[in-house]
Design a protein around this ligand. Structure first.
Ligand SMILES: Cc1cc2nc3c(=O)[nH]c(=O)nc-3n(C[C@H](O)[C@H](O)[C@H](O)COP(=O)(O)OP(=O)(O)OC[C@H]3O[C@@H](n4cnc5c(N)ncnc54)[C@H](O)[C@@H]3O)c2cc1C
Length: 405
């Protein structure tokens, strides 16, 4: 059996027997799923994308098996989508380190994961437009100093914040906006590893009162004169956007959507059988649609994974965006069918559908599907586009004035 399949089987059991029973408690308390992470480490599963030479499982987009990794994410999400977000963030950081960090950095940081159970994330989130209920702007200021940089300001949507040890910060020497919301040239976006025990870092849980994904603990994080040494800079300036790294992460998020949808389907089948409603023709149709949706989403993920695994990089990026758009629709519709088939009581705790509905409807906003769809359309029309859909340089290529058309 391959390493990936072996790890997947192990994780499926762990998720079903340990993570799923704890999910409601983590949701109720909006707490970081600490025990789950500790068990992932104890099972030797915390380094899925770390090469085998460094003690990891050696999975990944460019390592011949990314599908097993995505299926691991799906299994975790089936138990707890908030936990899956922390796992995804860790995976994103590991992938960036694997491909862009230097040898010294890899040795140090991969050892921390494999030997000490350190958890990572990647934080860009600096939405610049103030929401009506907010009285402050988010964003960071990065200043070059002797031997490194000083960081001030704040980021939001920092998944895992109070429970993880390291974050790759996507920060910009031209001002606020991170990678996603900055209007500056891509070359000014830096990736810098930040140890979160720095006394200048504080976590603001008061900002985090979401409808769902509570245990992803995606807090606001404040940075007060935090020194980031030069040796923690990962890759060359602008590498994140010019390498379109977001395109590796976009389809991965849908594995989490799909885990939620599969859990909804499983619960619905159990619920209907218990109530003896299998012969109702409307229920049969709802169940059929759920089944087809889940199967379609799985086929799309398999297709995108195969493209990455066989080195068809441009096609993989393109198909990943199509999958991201479609799987949001398929999974949201699946959960809607589940609610219709099970009825109003499905929306009352402790029904797992109540939590899945809250988690999924929030999490599908991780990246904007209108923008994703527009990029799919631009590709179909053979006009200039940015496959990671927020690179201002690509937009400038479309319109030299720098304004969106
Ligand atoms: C549960 C959860 C966890 C997350 N965790 C992380 C994490 O750990 N790390 C991370 O980096 N990110 C994370 N994110 C990503 C985070 O998605 C974004 O920063 C956030 O969604 C953007 O905030 P917003 O809702 O204010 O949307 P906005 O970015 O304000 O978007 C709202 C709308 O405005 C449009 N819009 C945005 N900017 C412009 C513009 N300049 N011009 C015109 N239109 C615009 C968008 O297309 C969209 O339609 C997470 C998201 C979620 C939901």
């Amino acid at each position: 059996m391959s390493k990936g399949i072996d790890a997947l089987r192990k994780l499926q059991i762990l998720a079903k027997e340990s993570f799923a029973p704890r999910a409601a408690r983590y949701d109720e308390t909006a707490a970081f799923p600490k025990q789950d992470i500790e068990e992932l480490f104890a099972a030797g599963l915390l380094g899925p994308l770390i090469p085998a030479d460094y003690g990891g499982l050696g999975l990944g987009h460019h390592s011949g098996d990314v599908h097993s990794f995505w299926m691991m994410t799906k299994a975790i999400a089936k138990a707890n989508m908030g936990l899956a977000r922390c796992w995804e963030g860790h995976g994103n950081a590991l992938l960036l380190i694997k491909h862009l960090a230097n040898e010294k950095q890899k040795k140090k940081w991969f050892k921390g994961v494999v030997k000490n159970g350190e958890l990572w994330s990647a934080w860009s989130g600096e939405p610049l437009a103030v929401a009506p209920h907010e009285n402050q702007k988010f964003g960071t200021r990065l200043t070059k100093v002797e031997g490194g940089y000083r960081l001030n300001g704040s980021k939001v949507f920092c998944s895992g914040a109070p429970g993880i040890q390291w974050a790759i910060l996507l920060v910009n020497t031209e001002g606020s906006g991170g990678a996603r919301h900055s209007g500056s040239a891509s070359a000014t976006v830096l990736m810098i590893a930040c140890k979160l025990s720095d006394p200048g870092i504080s976590f603001d849980d008061a900002w985090w009162k979401p409808i769902g994904m509570k245990s992803s603990v995606s807090y606001k994080v404040n940075f007060e004169d935090v020194f980031l040494p030069e040796e923690n800079v990962i890759g060359s300036p602008g590498a994140y956007l010019s390498g379109e790294w977001q395109t590796r992460f976009t389809p991965h998020y849908t594995a989490t959507f799909l885990g939620g949808a599969e859990a909804a389907l499983e619960h619905t089948l159990h619920y209907i059988k218990k109530q003896g409603k299998e012969n109702d023709p409307y229920i049969q149709q709802r169940v059929a649609k759920m089944h087809i949706n889940v199967e379609t989403a799985n086929l799309w993920l398999r297709k995108v994974a195969t493209l990455w695994e066989t080195g068809q990089v441009e096609a993989a990026k393109q198909a990943g965006n199509s999958a991201r758009y479609l799987i949001e629709q398929l999974t949201m519709e699946t959960v809607s069918h589940a609610i219709h088939a099970c009825g109003a009581r499905a929306m009352i705790q402790p029904s797992p559908l109540e939590r899945i509905y809250r988690d999924l409807s929030f999490y599908v906003r991780h990246d904007n599907d209108d923008q994703v769809l527009a990029m799919v359309g631009r590709a179909v029309l053979s006009i200039a586009h940015d496959k990671s859909f927020f690179n201002p340089d690509a937009i400038k290529k479309i319109n030299p004035n720098g304004t969106k058309n």
